[in-house]
Design a protein. Structure first.
Length: 562
């Protein structure tokens, strides 16, 4: 049987069967629609109390039947006929509506992105077709479409469709690049529209910093941020996060800018994502899914891949009920990349068994790391763990201090796998050589997803078992104070973290003198360095020795330690 697309919830099986019979209709090639077919659509639309969209090719075959508006039911780009960018797709959309009004901008933008031959609106009144409207594309960047005044059904059915569409396509072809040249048809990157929701418990500064961070997350995941939309609310809407009016604005803006993915700046439930996708017509993901996608791309070792897969499955399991179709998608973009090369299993019990297996392997990984740490303890070599916000420069610092070759980049979560290297420091007074182990850990982030915390518990134990912590902070970041708070909150949730730590402000070569002075006044015990410029490293080494030899309150703080 042929598929019925769109929102089919609440539609009876007998009505679905009648809708499927529309695929058997055949329209003449020289007319937009016949009166008989228009009447069938009007009657069915009234019966189900929803708009119906029928997509018809130039041979008169119905190729797609959907419930919803043109923007909700549009044909995916990869399913459209392959034609040159300055030609129409060879498909027209016939849709019903219950108010006599011209097509809105959202429907017209959907027509543009699909390069439809025409968009025909049938106004349904008491099971009959009243006014109709005809819209088609026009090669003018300022006014890329033409909408007719209200037409009677007789006026519409008497129009010579084949002659008109040939004229329209000739106009577009003669215009050269036409109205489709800016759509970047060949791009495989996710084109993202960000949506930020500021509730009363979030300050304006925190909200803006969060949106800026989300931009970097999307770019780190390989996406392109096209635009951002914001809304202030007392609390998120339980069904759609944002209000109904804002959903319509998001839908229109997404179509205008050519977005193929919506990313929210907060966690959203499965039902909210499903409701939004039905309204907007394109995939919707949240911040956590973007982070998980980055982790899926960055995991290099078997251990890292194991923990990423566990995090993804634990995140997806409670969302199976509401995200059924997504579970069958192959990984090819933000929020859809699976833990391996194959698609996620659709049955809950299969995923639960896989999670149990992965948890057992993580437990074995924990035991393995515990044995390694025990060997280190037997050698009585102290361990310092580098912790901090993602992209603070921890891996760069490890490379500089130990000549390691850990991958570094100006990206969020550039490295996932912990790396331990030995550094030998000579004490200035005694000239005694001391060995210290430095461990680079996965970077933290504001509101680190709980699924990641649980999955990476084997890695995070490197922090718990260290003798002391070096908290690396990117002083050049505008939100460095919030970063400190976020990291401290995450550390506070860990059991038995080391009692000794020192804040290490990195990237001082990129900050103004005023910022440096402010940080010194707020954190007089901190060390100020630039790992990339090798500034303050000797001071950091001496402070590291003091940190492992003496209680923190007994450490002498040298002046001008940067």
């Amino acid at each position: 049987m042929q598929n019925i697309y769109g929102n089919t919830q609440g539609i009876r099986a007998s009505q679905i069967k009648r809708l499927q019979q529309l695929y058997e209709q055949r329209e003449p090639g020289d007319r937009f629609i016949t009166p008989e077919f228009a009447q069938i659509l009007a009657q069915m639309s009234k019966d189900i109390h929803h708009q119906i969209c029928c997509y018809v090719n130039r041979r008169g075959q119905v190729i797609r039947v959907a419930i919803g508006t043109p923007i909700q039911t549009q044909i995916p780009a990869d399913e459209l006929p392959r034609r040159s960018a300055n030609r129409l797709s060879g498909i027209r959309c016939i849709t019903t509506q219950f108010k006599s009004e011209p097509p809105d901008d959202a429907a017209l933008v959907a027509m543009t992105h699909q390069r439809l031959d025409a968009l025909i609106f049938l106004t349904v009144v008491d099971s009959q077709v009243d006014d109709t409207f005809l819209a088609y594309l026009f090669p003018d960047p300022e006014n890329p479409w033409v909408v007719s005044p209200p037409l009677t059904l007789d006026d519409l059915t008497e129009q010579e469709f084949d002659v008109l569409v040939a004229e329209w396509e000739d106009q577009i072809t003669d215009a050269g690049e036409g109205v489709f040249s800016s759509q970047d048809i060949g791009s495989t990157q996710d084109k993202v529209l960000l949506v930020g929701v500021q509730t009363e418990d979030i300050s304006s500064r925190r909200f803006e910093d969060g949106l800026a961070e989300l931009v970097h997350l999307v770019e780190s995941a390989g996406g392109i941020v096209l635009d951002t939309m914001q809304q202030k609310r007392d609390r998120p809407h339980p069904q759609t996060v944002v209000g109904k009016g804002k959903v319509e604005e998001i839908t229109l803006l997404a179509q205008k800018v050519g977005a193929n993915l919506i990313v929210f700046d907060r966690d959203i439930s499965a039902s909210q994502a499903r409701n939004l996708e039905q309204e907007i017509g394109i995939p919707v993901v949240d911040r956590t899914e973007v982070i998980l996608d980055i982790f899926a791309q960055r995991a290099r070792t078997q251990e890292g891949k194991l923990q990423v897969e566990l995090a993804q499955l634990e995140y997806m399991l409670p969302r199976l009920r509401g995200r059924g179709q997504e579970m069958s998608r192959l990984g090819a973009g933000i929020g859809t990349r699976g833990p391996g090369e194959t698609k996620l299993e659709t049955e809950r019990r299969v995923i639960q068994r896989r999670i149990a297996q992965l948890q057992q392997e993580v437990n074995q990984l924990q035991a393995h790391r515990a044995r390694i740490r025990q060997q280190r303890q037997q050698q009585e070599i102290p361990v310092l763990a580098l912790v901090g916000y993602t992209n603070a420069g921890k891996s760069t610092l490890l490379n500089v201090l130990t000549n390691a070759e850990v991958y570094t980049a100006d990206q969020l979560f550039a490295t996932l796998d912990p790396t331990t290297r030995k550094i030998v420091i000579t004490e200035p007074k005694t000239q005694q050589r001391r060995s210290i182990l430095l461990t680079d850990t996965v970077g933290f982030i504001h509101e680190l997803p709980p699924s990641l915390m649980d999955a990476f518990r084997a890695t995070l134990e490197e922090v718990v078992e260290a003798d002391a912590l070096l908290h690396v902070v990117d002083l050049s970041h505008p939100a460095w104070e919030d970063h400190i708070v976020s990291v401290e909150e995450i550390l506070a949730d860990m059991p038995e973290i080391p009692g000794k730590s020192v804040i290490v402000f990195n990237k001082i070569d990129r900050v103004y003198r005023q910022t440096l002075v402010e940080a010194q006044q707020m954190y007089p015990e901190a060390v100020f360095i630039s790992a990339i410029e090798r500034l303050g490293l000797e001071t950091l080494k001496m402070r590291s020795l003091q940190l492992i030899d003496k209680p923190l309150e007994a450490i002498a703080i040298p002046q001008n330690s940067y």
